[in-house]
Design a protein around this ligand. Sequence first.
Ligand code: 2OP
Length: 310
Amino acid sequence: MGKRAKISVIGAGNVGASCAQRLAEKGFSDVIMLDIVERLPQGKALDIQESAPINGFDSSITGTNDYKDTAGSDIVVITSGAARKPGMTRDDLLKINMKITSDVTENVVRYSPDCIIMIATNPVDAMVYLALQVNKFRRSRVMGLSGVLDGGRLRTFIAEELKVSAQNITACVLGEHGKSMVVIPRLTMVNGVPLTQLLSKDKIDALIARTVGGGAEIVGLLKTGSAFYAPSAALASMVEAVITDSNRILGCGALLDGEYGIKDTVLDVPVKLNRNGIEQIIELELNGDEKEQLQESAKAVQGLIEAMKP
Ligand code: 2OP
């Protein structure tokens, strides 16, 4: 009998704990949830574990404060760090979260040198870049949460507008997980029909604006933190795509090395995911205006990467 995959989730805050819960419920892995706060991950893990007989899953979930317990993880999901408060941009978190991300990455790699890392900590594109610098992993093994989440938001808004199931919608969102995010309406499809044939330009622009501000909209409502149900769902689907060796194509933050004419920058692009992590970066054919928008987005992320230099 094979054994279940081992997934570690670093951070037992809202994103981490929801992600751990979703992963445990999916049933294909055992889950370790680590936090520096004592007793918090143990308490949340025990609570989730006690839902197993009720919800019918066999995964074990363990809370810990010790990185030793994460040893030999197949995937490590990093959610640690400060979240936005109302009025803050993701970029305001750069200085606080870069130290946390680099410390966490070092600890993770010490115990799981062969893992695949998925990062949710913001500003996420810069944090993926930083983690790659710290761990010297191949770029296929470190990715950021972005396209699945932003695409999920856009799909929700389109579904509401057109009164169709969101499941019939595929969204094309590229670039930074931030203000310079690039939505491509002509490659966003409702059952194979481009969005541009279904809605006016004004309507589409309004849906794009809401998507770009989607994270801030939730921060504004919650007041005390940022989104976590949709972010954790996106992370869990990325984990599932890798662990099940699915070859699913999902939008993730990836280090580009010439794709889309961009180098040495992390941006959200469609990637093929399997047990190797990012098996392939999918290069879409963009028109001149779209390419220009993506270049602008690359510049925004490069600005953050510059700002991290000592
Ligand atoms: C979001 O977009 C937290 O960046 C995350 O909600």
